[in-house]
Design a protein around this ligand. Structure first.
Ligand code: ADP
Ligand code: TRP
Length: 351
């Protein structure tokens, strides 16, 4: 049997190059390798932890489905589903919450970063009323929901960008805790079931795409002007790349410590073109940053032109996108419900 692989992305706006090169492109490659049984999902519950407009949410879900398909995910090869359609995710997350000390969640960097972000709903409301920020509880328990997502499907491999490593580490800790607190008791005839599996992260060779405005910070949609969205028009892509910060000299050379800006651009170039960084250094020796940037802009524009056209045609048929996602959700629900029944037996909730 092939090992299971699972990952999710939040439907919270447009995808950027970091999401694509750190995650989505890899999903497609892993799916097409034929080595895994693949599950990919739209983490819509997770996306509620940030400010959102209910009128937009279902559009964002369908848009992400269109992104998945335009990038090359294929419902015939992978189960593609919507998290909120499967109640077992929230159910298992609550059970995992009871095994998680508050301290473990308090030290999560994503929680610390996002609770400082005024876009999270409760921080905004509270800020207005009392000038104090207090992040919402959903943001606090975000990692236990993510652990539930993974554990429900016995996923062995989880491809993500490296910002999710800490959440995966927590998932492994929870797996060990659960397995030792509720060991298999098949021998006692008490419906032991299989122990949870410790998941392993999978990274691309560019697990952290850096911002075009500050090569020491992660590219993130919170700063749209320094972030390349896949849907940006060719003009916007050209202008953003042209304005990207560069290092002090003008030699196109890979040196992440001394030349972090051009090194980030070189990695992006290499990842999209399939050429090695060494080859690129050779091709651009004696050329200027400006030459390099023009060539990179053309590469990005060309790379996503088919993607954009395919996405547009998929979005023209929202019903068929919804149907395909619902079919995937039904398939995933069967697996999740089975696991949840096993969990309930183990912890003594099944009568
Ligand atoms: P964002 O981080 O932009 O809010 P998500 O949390 O939905 O987006 O992330 C979706 C996937 O993209 C995750 O696997 C995440 O690790 C990856 N990712 C996000 N930003 C980057 C980045 N700058 N470089 C590499 N991968 C990234
Ligand atoms: N937390 C992930 C992110 O921000 C999204 C996500 C939710 C996820 N559940 C997951 C990724 C389970 C992998 C596995 O990108």
């Amino acid at each position: 049997m092939k090992p299971r692989l699972l990952s999710g992305i939040q439907p919270s706006g447009k995808l950027h190059l970091g999401n694509y090169l750190g995650a989505l492109k890899n999903f497609v490659d892993l799916q097409n390798s034929g080595k895994y049984e693949c599950y990919f999902f739209i983490a819509d519950l997770h996306s509620l932890t940030e400010e959102f407009n209910p009128k937009e949410k279902s559009k964002q879900v369908l848009e992400l489905m269109a992104d998945f398909l335009a990038a090359g995910l294929d419902p015939k090869k992978s189960v593609i589903f919507q998290q909120s359609q499967i109640p077992a995710h929230s159910e298992l997350a609550f059970i995992l919450n009871t095994l998680t000390p508050m301290g473990e969640l308090e030290r999560m960097t994503q929680f610390k970063d996002k609770s400082l972000n005024p876009n999270t709903p409760s921080s905004k409301a509270i800020e207005q009323s009392s000038n104090r920020t207090s992040p919402n509880v959903g943001l606090f328990t975000y990692p236990t929901l993510m652990a539930a997502d993974i554990i429900l499907y016995d996923a062995k491999f989880v491809p993500t960008g490296d910002d999710q490593d800490q959440h995966l580490e927590l998932t492994r800790t929870l797996v060990r805790k659960f397995n030792s607190k509720f060991p298999a008791r098949r021998s006692l005839g008490e419906g032991g079931g299989n122990p949870f599996i410790e998941p392993q992260g999978l990274h691309t060779d560019i697990p952290r795409v850096m911002s075009l405005g500050d090569p020491l910070k992660k590219m993130s949609k919170s700063k749209p002007e320094t972030c390349l969205f896949i849907d940006d028009s060719p003009e916007v892509i050209e202008s953003k790349i042209k304005r990207a910060v560069t290092d002090s000299d003008s030699v196109v050379k890979f040196d992440p410590d001394k030349k972090p800006a051009i090194s980030n651009l070189l990695k992006i170039y290499s990842s999209l073109s399939g050429q090695s960084v060494k080859e690129l250094e050779h091709d651009f020796s004696g050329k200027t940053y400006s030459d390099f940037k023009s060539s990179l802009a053309k590469l990005v524009v060309d790379h996503f032109s088919k993607y954009r056209a395919k996405k547009k045609s998929l979005l023209a048929k929202p019903k068929s996108l919804a149907l395909s996602l619902n079919t995937g959700s039904k398939k995933a629900a069967k697996v999740a419900e089975k696991k949840m029944a096993e969990v309930k037996k183990k912890i003594g909730l099944a009568l």
